[in-house]
Design a protein around this ligand. Structure first.
Ligand SMILES: [Zn+2]
Length: 114
């Protein structure tokens, strides 16, 4: 597989997240390939667009202080759609207390070097 970071053919490891950490389950949209040389991650569902990324930043900024209702309200007419995008890609999660938090995938997506 061609690594966009190494700019050459490298070995890649296939990874995916389990749903809620339950072994044998599968989190939709979390499939990704990680370069064995530089650890660059490629998601099967592609990179997020800037609007989705901003929504992800919103979740990070609220630092667990927002609920799904807050998220949808604050993103106006596209709130529901954005919510679907980010949950389907497993970028965000709803915690037991009802607040929205970034998953490790979401964190990686916002990391400057990703
Ligand atoms: Zn690489």
């Amino acid at each position: 597989m061609d690594c966009p970071e190494c700019k050459k053919m490298t070995e890649h490891t296939y990874l995916h997240n389990t749903a809620h950490g339950i072994p044998g389950t599968h989190m939709v949209g979390s499939e990704r390939y990680e370069c064995n040389e530089c650890s660059y991650k490629m998601f099967r569902n592609g990179m997020l667009n800037s609007i989705q990324k901003r929504a992800l930043q919103y979740v990070k900024n609220t630092n667990g202080g927002a609920t799904k209702a807050n998220f949808i309200e604050d993103h106006g007419p596209i709130g529901n759609e954005l919510w679907q995008d980010l949950t389907a890609g497993a970028y965000i999660n709803v915690s037991d207390s009802g607040s929205i938090v970034l998953t490790s995938i979401g964190e990686e997506e916002l990391a400057p070097n990703f």
